[in-house]
Design a protein around this ligand. Structure first.
Ligand SMILES: [Fe+2]
Length: 180
């Protein structure tokens, strides 16, 4: 996993887009945004993942295969949708089984994008209310476990004035100490 400021330049979203000069973002800085990361090697990951899942109350999981072969006809539309800036009313929790991709999270109040490059063995938790988006990288495939508590509220709420006042967005801003 590697996190850094995104350059905001036009071009293929699947390229790394490192800001020049390079500006890394370390795990404690992500934690200040309530973005949590772990690395659990794939070999024998089950017990360690289970321990974290138990600790955080993630009772359920499923697998998502984001690739042209895995998604079929909806691939193009899904890829486009994942890259629209949005938030959810629940945590977004992903453990990467194979492949790689980029989660971009919005820093507030700077409004800068921070890009988190994930690969096999990375576990990422995005808090409810954080604006974010996802793209594949040039490998064009990622397979991940989606963990969740009960019924996940994964509806994407596109960034807008209305979403800005969604109670989960407002609560998120409170938890990071940014007044809404
Ligand atoms: Fe999302």
């Amino acid at each position: 996993m590697r996190a850094y400021y995104f350059d905001n330049l036009p071009g293929d979203q699947r390229l790394p887009h490192d800001l020049q000069p390079y500006r890394p973002v370390e795990p404690p800085e992500l934690a200040n945004m309530k973005v949590l990361t772990w690395h659990i090697p794939i070999a024998g990951y089950e017990d360690k993942l289970e321990a974290i899942a138990r600790d955080r109350g993630y009772k359920n999981r499923d697998t998502i295969d984001v690739s042209r072969e895995g998604m079929g006809d909806v691939y193009e539309a899904k890829i486009k949708g994942f890259f629209e800036e949005h938030m959810h009313e629940d945590e977004e929790i992903r453990y990467i089984l194979s492949g790689s991709g980029f989660f971009d999270v919005r820093e507030t109040p700077s409004d800068a994008w921070i890009r988190i490059a994930v690969g096999a063995g990375d576990l990422l938790v995005l808090p409810a209310g954080i604006y974010h988006r996802f793209t594949l990288d040039e490998q064009d495939r990622i397979k991940a476990l989606r963990l969740f508590q009960d019924e996940p509220k994964w509806i994407p709420h596109a960034r807008s004035a209305a979403t800005d006042s969604n109670e989960h967005r407002v609560e998120y801003l409170c938890t990071i100490g940014v007044g809404a």
